[in-house]
Design a protein around this ligand. Structure first.
Ligand SMILES: [Zn+2]
Length: 661
């Protein structure tokens, strides 16, 4: 349960003198910052010479912050090993896909699998945990920082050896691997695990199995690294541990958070891309179900580096973002960063205070967030986000499949976000679920863009359907095996047997003139598609193109529920209308009630209190103002006045909190 709402900032006291630190703490208090995250790049300050470790600077900082009412999330500094680790040691460094070895001077330059790196990372972690674990000002830990945000799969010699070990553990015999990967193709055949290459530079593409397995290997290894740090910290501290991740990083977030205590993410979504911001909230809420997530980093106004900058938020947007996050289940809303860097490569990045100690353009927004935080805190503490009735699966394993097989440079994150956005604009309250999540309490499950549907996932979904659920599978779901090969029993493997459909062809419908029609709407179809036989399961048919008269949308009854195959993606403006119609149809026919008639650009985050009373947090996020239909009379939580059923207006970036009687 949430005990308080945190409003925080990343802080780098090791970069400033004592006078500036005093000034910073004074300004933090004025701005309402109640938590600072520190330490994640400070390995050099802690261990300037190999083996000479001194954490006292950070002990003093944490105590000083605490004396001033500011609590601390302490980080391990492992993204930036110092020069004593790197100089003259190319074998310890990260090697990219082109075989280039990284040097010192930026971050994430070490191979996180190198045994000496692991040893030194464990040592520094242990020293920090010992020195800081018992401090009263400490409320949490962050392991490392944004794993794999600048790098992906390391191709060094250490990783090569571990890769071979990993393969042997997985396949036991090289013959099993050869069979699974179909390596007689292009004479890839291997006689021993040692012969299996990393996906190093090659004249054309690598075998899909090799590419995808290497990504999975890398994602497992980084999660194991996180596990090992967490284990050390737990010996000295009982404060909860997290990592600040995001969707685009080369990690499997579900696996990463498995052994951590709470989930957090960093987001620099611009105002135009608020769907991405909201999707992160709906997903991160579900990595550790029932526990609040943290937004560990976001900009007060704009992200920037030496090479780029984003558009600043409009005045008022920061508060709208923050209230939406708290309402959707965030315990903390934290900025990167407190004081603008005076050096390095991120000097232009938005902050709370400038390098010369004055408020930035984002500062007013921070004050507005703090005013809002104080107002909503008691309500957020006494309520929880309401579980949705509609779930969408999000999978980082699918992300790996798309990286190996992007078809036509398809952007997985963009595809998923666009799909997700329809639910927001239809006012459907939704949970974005990791692949292994339980399905109890949901009425409709959407599984878009999941190339490999595991037996375990399928069985869980089928159980859900038999109990009355509606499962919509596709587009681009189910056509690949766990080895990233094609099924040889049927286009969609066992899935076809379960739903009783017959997939005829799989091919791209883009540019073929194929139009899909369903529920009275028509639109061009695109992307890699599955075309079905037109039979008693058909709900949507194809006109034009190579598959005239066949089906792209089917519906099969199973137990008390149904399985729906969406074989193709309706595209363009008409496509959005058709897709929304399909979503709306299945959500409506499944009797989904947690849904609001809300104007575009405004969101409703439903929460539930004691005695099952529902509280709605209504936020306008586009600066245009909006409205929502209230189904019943309610109480305005701030004025305590009664609000009648019917149209309810919110002004630009305004938020309102109402509770139904
Ligand atoms: Zn490596």
């Amino acid at each position: 349960m949430t005990k308080k709402l945190y409003h925080g900032a990343a802080y780098y006291p090791e970069l400033w003198d004592e006078k500036v630190i005093e000034e910073d703490i004074k300004l933090m208090k004025e701005a309402g910052i109640n938590v600072a995250r520190i330490g994640e790049f400070a390995w050099h300050t802690m261990e300037p010479e190999e083996g000479k470790i001194d954490i006292s600077f950070f002990v003093n900082i944490i105590n000083k912050l605490y004396e001033n009412g500011i609590e601390t999330v302490m980080c391990t500094p492992t993204p930036t090993p110092p020069i004593w680790f790197t100089h003259n040691h190319p074998e310890r460094m990260y090697v990219n896909q082109n075989g280039e070895t990284m040097g010192h001077g930026s971050r994430q330059h070490a191979c996180t699998n190198h045994p000496y790196f692991r040893q030194k990372a464990n040592e520094i972690t242990e020293h920090i945990a010992k020195a800081i674990g018992h401090l009263p000002g400490l409320i949490g830990w962050q392991i490392d920082n944004e794993f794999k945000c600048h790098v992906s799969e390391c191709m060094c010699k250490t990783c090569q050896g571990l890769w071979h070990e990993w393969l042997e553990n997985r396949y036991e015999t090289v013959e099993n691997l050869n069979e699974a990967w179909g390596t007689k193709i292009w004479s890839e055949y291997y006689h021993s695990f040692e012969q299996v290459p990393q996906p190093h530079p090659a004249p054309f593409l690598h075998n899909s199995s090799l590419s995808t397995k290497y990504r999975q290997f890398s994602m497992e290894k980084i999660a194991e690294f996180s596990d090992s740090q967490a284990e050390i910290i737990r010996k000295y501290s009982s404060e909860p541990i997290t990592h600040n991740s995001n969707i685009p990083f080369a990690v499997d977030n579900e696996r990463l958070f498995e052994n951590l205590d709470f989930a957090s993410f960093d987001t620099y979504a611009t105002q135009e891309n608020k769907a991405s911001y909201l999707m992160n909230c709906d997903l991160w809420r579900n990595f550790k179900k029932g526990k609040d997530f943290w937004i560990m980093e976001t900009s007060t106004s704009y992200a920037a580096s030496l090479e780029s900058y984003a558009s600043p938020h409009a005045n008022g947007y920061l508060k709208a973002e923050a209230v939406a996050a708290y309402a959707l289940g965030a315990e903390a809303f934290c900025y990167w960063l407190w004081r603008q860097q005076r050096a390095g490569c991120e000097q232009p990045h938005g902050s709370v205070i400038s390098a010369w100690g004055e408020p930035t353009v984002g500062f007013q927004g921070v004050l507005e967030v703090e005013e809002m935080r104080k107002k909503i805190e008691p309500i957020m503490i006494s309520t929880r986000p309401l579980q949705a009735e509609v779930a969408l699966t999000y999978s980082d394993q699918a992300k790996a499949y798309f990286q190996t097989e992007p078809h036509q440079q398809m952007d997985f994150r963009g595809l998923v976000t666009n799909f997700y956005h329809h639910f927001v604009s239809l006012g459907i309250h939704r949970d974005v679920l990791p692949e292994s999540a339980h399905l109890e309490g949901y009425k409709v499950l959407f599984t878009p863009f999941l190339p490999h549907i595991s037996d375990e996932y399928r069985e869980r979904a089928v159980e859900f359907v038999k109990n009355g659920g509606t499962w919509i599978v596709g587009p681009i779901s189910g056509g690949r095996t766990g080895e990233h090969t094609i099924h040889t029993d049927a286009a969609l493997g066992k899935l076809e047997e379960v739903s009783g459909v017959k997939a005829l062809y799989t091919y791209p419908l883009d540019g073929t003139g194929s139009k899909g029609t369903a529920f009275g709407e028509s639109a061009p179809l695109g992307l890699w598609s599955t075309v079905f036989e037109n039979d008693e399961t058909t709900v949507g048919t194809i006109k034009g193109g190579n598959s005239e008269g066949k089906a792209f949308l089917t519906e099969s009854k199973l137990g008390n529920g149904k399985i729906v195959h969406l074989g193709s993606l309706p595209i363009g403006e008409e496509g959005d209308i058709l897709l929304k119609k399909i979503i709306d149809h299945y959500v409506t026919s499944a009797d989904v009630t947690v849904r609001t008639n809300v104007s575009n650009g405004t969101i409703v985050a439903p929460r539930v209190g004691e005695n099952s009373t529902q509280t709605w947090v209504i936020v306008n996020m586009d600066g245009q103002g909006g409205q929502v239909d209230l189904p019943a009379e309610a109480i305005d939580e701030f004025s305590r006045e009664s609000v009648s059923a019917g149209k309810f207006e919110v002004g630009p970036y305004e938020y309102r909190v109402i509770t139904f009687k």
